[in-house]
Design a protein around this ligand. Structure first.
Ligand SMILES: [Ca+2]
Ligand SMILES: [Ca+2]
Length: 96
């Protein structure tokens, strides 16, 4: 039996390449207010958890992941970042 949620995930995989349950989980943990985007504030919180308290780091990471420049990381941008940095995703998955 296929749930709506699984179908949803499958559709997303088809449009943006492989999306692992781990990536889903990490994105949901990062997006603390659940609006489907990771804001600068949410990213800062993540980096703090990972041990970085430098504000420059937050802006640097945001600039790297936020490819359309709206100061929010949407799910597509997050997945593209995961594909570009598989090792980092594994490290983050251990923390979150
Ligand atoms: Ca959010
Ligand atoms: Ca964006």
């Amino acid at each position: 039996m296929q749930t709506t949620y699984e179908l949803h995930l499958r559709l997303k995989r088809e449009s943006m390449g492989e999306v692992t349950p781990e990536m889903e989980r990490i994105f949901q943990r990062f997006d603390t207010d659940g609006d489907g985007k990771i804001s600068l504030t949410e990213l800062a919180e993540v980096l703090r958890t990972l041990g970085s308290t430098n504000a420059d780091d937050v802006n640097h990471v945001m600039a790297e992941i936020d490819t359309d420049g709206d100061d929010n990381i949407d799910f597509k941008e997050f997945i593209a970042f995961c594909h570009a940095n598989p090792g980092l995703v594994k490290d983050i998955a251990k923390v979150f």
